[in-house]
Design a protein around this ligand. Structure first.
Ligand SMILES: [Fe+2]
Length: 325
């Protein structure tokens, strides 16, 4: 079948930036308190990160629950994060997404309404907004300037959580606009490196690029070897318990997709593997919400909100199996 929409919006290719060394990105003397919340439905991990000194905190990659079969949404997962913040006596400063997710709705909009904390994402999200606006054939009234977030992070841009130094490192490959947040001695690497026994994230969505993913991973691995790395997903290979924390040293030594690999071998491996993966079940639902800052589409005249699903826009028909996102 021809794939007219997909071809007509041909994704901007990443420009294979030579990214600067991130060695001074964080404040390695500070070890933030990190709590991961595992969402078994999507295999994703949401984080609450707290500056141990000031108890100011950030939420990273919050999930707004969706049951696609019934079209129901709920805020159980996001409310769990708020409860944790309350019981731990934390103050929420930031609600951050590492990238527009393809497998779940972001709860950034809901959490912004509940707390007033600042939202943020990588600045290249505007490129993804333009790309997906074409795929969804959205009206011109839909902004594609990133105005749905309070802060759009440029590569290397610094910020603070309480008194803890933090920065955003551009790390595209899985998506065009992916960033890694480095906070103290911790880095939130989202869909780049998974646990060493799981390997790496897929790079085949529009705007994704396996070569750029390799380069982003190499950049993350230049962080100090004891840096704690927190992944965005875990799919529990061989049924083991869910896990999400590792280190630069452990990834260098043991990651399944990096061992005995160089850039061209990795690109071949990643591209072949991605070709076998169906699209994530929620991709077409999730991106129209996540590219609007985690906001559901506005209500129509009957007061109800509707998602838009482009038909026959993608060739990778999945006939039932679960796919990583
Ligand atoms: Fe993702």
């Amino acid at each position: 079948m021809t794939n007219a929409i997909f071809e007509s919006v041909s994704a901007p290719r990443p420009d294979h930036l030579q990214l600067a060394s991130p060695a001074t990105a964080g404040d390695t003397g500070v070890s933030p308190d990190v709590t991961g919340f595992y969402d078994a439905t999507t295999g994703s991990i949401q984080y609450v990160v707290a500056d141990p000194l000031t108890r100011k905190s950030a939420i990273i990659d919050p999930v707004l629950d969706l049951d696609l079969r019934s079209g129901s949404t709920r805020t159980t997962s996001a409310d769990r994060l708020l409860k944790h913040i309350e019981t731990q006596g934390l103050t929420l400063e930031w609600i951050l997404d590492t990238h527009p997710h393809a497998d779940h709705f972001s709860a950034a909009g809901y959490l912004k309404d509940m707390t007033g904390a600042s939202t943020g994402i990588g600045e290249r999200v505007v490129e993804m907004q333009k790309l997906w606006k074409a795929i969804y054939n959205l009206p011109d009234s839909v902004p594609v300037d990133g105005s749905q977030w309070d802060r759009l992070f440029a590569d290397g841009e610094r910020f603070t959580v309480g008194e803890m130094k933090a920065s955003a490192l551009l790390s595209p490959g899985h998506t065009l606009s992916s960033v890694t947040y480095v906070m103290g001695n911790a880095a939130f690497v989202h869909d780049t490196l998974f646990m060493p026994d799981s390997g790496t994230a897929r790079a085949d969505f529009p705007g994704g690029d396996a070569r750029q993913l390799w380069r982003s991973i190499q950049r993350i691995l230049q962080l100090p070897s004891e840096t704690r790395l927190f992944s965005g997903h875990d799919y529990r290979p061989n049924g083991r318990r869910a896990a999400w924390e590792t280190t630069v040293a452990a990834q260098r030594a043991h990651n399944l997709h990096l061992k005995n690999c160089d850039e061209s071998k990795f690109v071949k491996l990643r591209t072949e593997r991605d070709r076998s993966l169906p699209m994530p079940a929620l991709m077409l639902s999730a991106l129209q919400v996540n590219l609007a800052g985690g906001r559901l589409p506005p209500p129509e005249s009957d007061g109800r909100r509707y998602l838009k699903i482009p038909l026959n826009a993608f060739p990778q028909a999945s006939w039932g199996s679960h796919a990583p996102g």
